[in-house]
Ligand binder design. Structure first.
Ligand SMILES: *Cc1c(COP(=O)(O)O)cnc(C)c1O
Length: 824
């Protein structure tokens, strides 16, 4: 990089300055003018204009980073669920008013242009959204960070419903142009795959291994700005896109096989074609392993060759970088760094290992044993033969260390092997990350404890100092300031605007929970948010919602462990009570049950559940006996953009996973910060939310984790709950009878029989406790003032769940990096 410090011109931060720049972009960038421009033209021109305002800061950040060579975080994540970019960029640059006014002066409605943005859905759910929140916080806190990931051509599928069943449509988010990215094909990196290894003797007489790859692809970097909130810093997110190498193309093309040349190109480009729509369970697909190695190899190459100065001594690498592994997806980076140091730089193994161990840290995101990623030795050997050798060598040394530590416990030594032997020989990526990483963290207090006690118990015993906790968080910029402008204004009018970057300040709201005027204003904000949601759902989905009902929301990926069926059993039970005459409809609290959830396309039970939610909704919403007092609203395609509308409107947050299964959750935090009360189990970060907001302001129910473990050990029998609980039996019988499927008993039989035979996530065991807790919710909701008081206290006491705090914890416990304030 040249040290070109000549200032470039930032457009004037005025309405006129913006208008001039916008029109210039429309004319010269889009090649059109105001009279002809489509909404998309105007959106693209506006987005590029907004970019210009951040550009000086971005270049200055890069320049300063190059000069100072401060320690950085490289956040390696296969997913970044960014959400829309425009509003966040406007907020960071403090441009919202200027842009709104400027556009209005041209007769353009900013709100209309906003809707033209397609959110980049480059993630499945919580894990990808977490990565997006973290890079936002690091930029806002002035901490040097590069996010590294994959620029999927198709992100998470667009969900549609056909007769209530999920039908997936491709998410062609790039179709109309992508104004937030900067492609750099000239900086493409080559990534090798396949082939074999061979032994040779180097000059010093040492036997070494070398990789002779079989094929390669190019990784083209696309840079995205990650602006801090009004602080002058803009970090970088670098996403990789796969291209065919020219050599590869030309060879085949010259051999006269045009069709094959095109096939080869397709083959290479497939690597970054689609995001795997799996959540919580790994899909053992060759292409997925290719994706993982692809982005990690590009990122290491980029950091070592492009970001670091050319004469950098890699012995100092741990002073300059920490690679944070977001789950096991990027763990192949560990043998890749070893390969670079040993094979390419000619280092001794032990030297390379000492440095590598200091450069990585691993975040575990699960408690489900089936979600711990393994790669078969056969596949790894085929795709990455040298990496497999390196993993074997790491394991050999590790096994020797264990045999020395536990000479009489060969069983334990084998249990801890990075290589599993059954059901097939495979590499356990979480074990590799734990052995190689300097730290291993869980994502909520309970989760980290269970990691130590259960999932990785042998390892926490062996390396007690490696294990730590960092409770997840969410960015207050996107999920409060932008998503809930009404609440933001109310908070700012009460305590000033410092809370946006110091969320602990929300504590100052606490006394206002007892102030009737404040509560009235708070209720008014909630109601305005409901009215906004009513419009969104009417426009987007044709769904009618009554803003005068309690809004009870369950939005998250569809998974059996999250227990959407438990929520549904509550709805069916209320329906059954009213239609059977057991309860008068006038005595039922009017509620809207809002669901939002995508199911992995191959996950049959999850897709069945979606069908059942819609089927129950159809019947409940159309039964005159309910007089419109109970409705189910299930907008399709839950994503960040919809979350930003739903969560600020919610009264009740459903966080009802089986205790011991949800690692943390972050949806739960977003709801609490927006003044919804939680009904939840003692699971994940719910535990910490309840501790902070207080038992009186949280509806706890259900088995505790140790009770779950005990029931499962004893042998769980769901039928006994069915037989002993009348209302549960009625609800299940109603579903089985075909009442929601036009009399067809077969349609939802798999769900009912699954609950009655296996019920892996103890839905039936928690049913009655859940119904009872919902009755407590109804009682509490009837006292409007007390409910509002609780809602205000939820906001006031949830500042801990800022991702800024998560970042401070990572910095103190794992990264040991420092903020670098921008040059003044
Ligand atoms: C926050 C968020 C999630 C995570 O929700 P959980 O309830 O923690 O599983 C998933 N998807 C989107 C779009 C989100 O914004």
């Amino acid at each position: 990089m040249t040290d070109n410090t000549t200032p470039i011109a930032t457009p004037e931060h005025t309405v006129d300055g913006f208008v001039r720049e916008f029109l210039r972009e429309l004319n010269f960038g889009q090649g059109t003018d105001l009279t002809r421009a489509s909404v998309n033209d105007k959106y693209l021109a506006m987005a590029r204009t907004v970019r210009h305002y951040l550009m000086v800061r971005w270049l200055a950040t890069l320049r300063r980073q190059y000069q100072l060579q401060a320690k950085s975080v490289a956040y390696l994540s296969a997913e970044f669920l960014l959400g829309r970019q425009l509003d966040n960029a406007l907020l960071a640059a403090d441009l919202d008013e200027v842009v709104e006014e400027g556009l209005a002066s041209l007769g353009i409605d900013l709100a209309e242009l906003r809707e033209a943005e397609v959110e980049p859905g480059l993630g499945n759910g919580g894990l990808g959204r977490l990565a997006a929140c973290f890079i936002d916080s690091l930029a806002t806190m002035n901490v040097p960070c590069i996010g590294y990931g994959i620029r999927y051509e198709y992100g998470i599928f667009r969900q549609t419903f056909v007769d209530g069943w999920q039908v997936e449509k491709p998410d062609n988010w790039l179709a109309l142009g992508s104004p937030w990215e900067f492609p750099h094909p000239e900086s493409a990196v080559t990534v090798d795959f396949g082939g074999h290894t061979e032994q040779y003797t180097d000059e010093s007489g040492t036997t070494r291994s070398r990789w002779v790859p079989g094929w390669s692809v190019l990784g083209v970097p696309y840079n995205y700005m990650v602006p801090g909130f009004e602080n002058g810093r803009v970090n970088t997110l670098r996403l990789w896109s796969a291209r065919a190498t020219r050599a590869f193309d030309l060879e085949i093309f010259n051999a006269g096989d045009y069709a094959q040349a095109v096939r080869a190109q397709t083959f290479a480009e497939n690597i970054s074609k689609v995001l795997y729509p799996e959540d919580s369970t790994p899909q053992g697909k060759e292409l997925r392993l290719q994706q993982q190695y692809f982005f990690v190899a590009c990122s290491l190459r980029d950091f070592l060759d492009q970001v670091l100065p050319h004469d950098f001594d890699l012995r100092n690498l741990p002073d300059r970088i920490v690679f944070q592994l977001n789950d096991t997806h990027p763990v192949i980076a560990i043998p890749e760094l070893m390969r670079i140091l040993v094979d390419e730089r000619g280092w001794e193994w032990s030297e390379a290992w000492a440095i590598t161990q200091k450069c990585f840290a691993y975040t575990c995101h699960t408690l489900l044993p089936e979600a711990l990623e393994v790669w078969s030795v056969e596949l790894l050997g085929k795709l990455l033969p040298r990496h497999l050798e390196i993993i074997y060598r790491i394991n050999e040394d590790f096994m020797a260390e264990l045999r020395e530590a536990y000479p009489d416990d060969e069983l334990r030594v084998r249990r801890m092997s990075i290589i599993a032997e059954y059901p097939e020989r495979a590499v356990r990526m979480a074990y590799l990350a734990t052995v190689a990483g300097s730290k291993v963290n869980g994502v909520a207090a309970l989760h980290s404890q269970l990691l130590k006690d259960k999932v990785l118990h042998d390892f926490s015993d062996h390396y007690p100092d490696k294990f730590t906790n960092v409770t997840n968080g969410v960015t207050p910029r996107r999920f409060v300031r932008l998503a809930n402008p009404g609440l933001s204004e109310l908070i700012t009018s009460a305590i000033g605007d410092g809370w946006v970057t110091d969320l602990d300040k929300l504590q100052e709201l606490e006394p206002l929970a007892d102030d009737a005027d404040f509560r009235a204003a708070f209720r008014q904000v909630k109601r305005a948010n409901k009215l906004r949601l009513v419009d969104v759902l009417a426009e987007r989905d044709g769904i009618t919602v009554d803003p005068d009902t309690m809004l009870d929301v369950m939005v998250k990926r569809l998974h059996e462990y999250k227990r959407q069926t438990l929520k549904l059993l509550h709805v069916v039970t209320l329906y059954d009570q009213v239609t059977s005459g057991a309860v008068k409809i006038e005595d039922v609290t009017p509620r809207t049950f809002a669901f939002g959830a995508k199911a992995a396309p191959g996950y049959r039970m999850a897709k069945q559940t979606i069908g059942l939610i819609n089927a129950v909704g159809r019947v409940v919403n159309n039964d005159p006996a309910l007089q419109g007092r109970l409705t189910v609203a299930f907008p399709a395609n839950y994503n960040v953009t919809l979350a930003e509308k739903l969560i600020p409107a919610a009264d009740l947050s459903e966080q009802i996973s089986l205790a011991g299964k949800e690692a943390s959750g972050t949806g739960n935090m977003k709801f609490a910060l927006n003044g919804a009360l939680t009904i939840g189990t003692d699971d994940g970060a719910n535990v910490e939310i309840r501790e902070l907001v207080g038992d009186d302001n949280f509806f706890l129910f259900g088995l505790l984790e140790p009770e779950v473990a005990e029931i499962v050990d004893r042998g769980y029998h769901p039928t006994s709950y069915y037989e002993e609980n009348r209302s549960l039996r009625h609800a299940l019988d109603l579903i089985a009878s075909g009442a929601f499927s036009g009399g067809d008993r077969a349609t939802f039989e798999p769900i009912v029989s699954n609950l009655l035979s296996e019920d892996r996530f103890l839905v039936l065991a928690d049913y009655q406790a859940y119904i009872d807790a919902q009755e407590r919710v109804d009682e509490a909701y009837a006292d409007t003032e007390a409910w509002t008081r609780s809602a205000v206290l939820n906001v006031a006491r949830s500042g801990f769940f800022s991702s800024d705090r998560s970042m401070r914890d990572y910095i103190d416990r794992i990264w040991h990096t420092h903020p670098v304030p921008p040059e003044r």
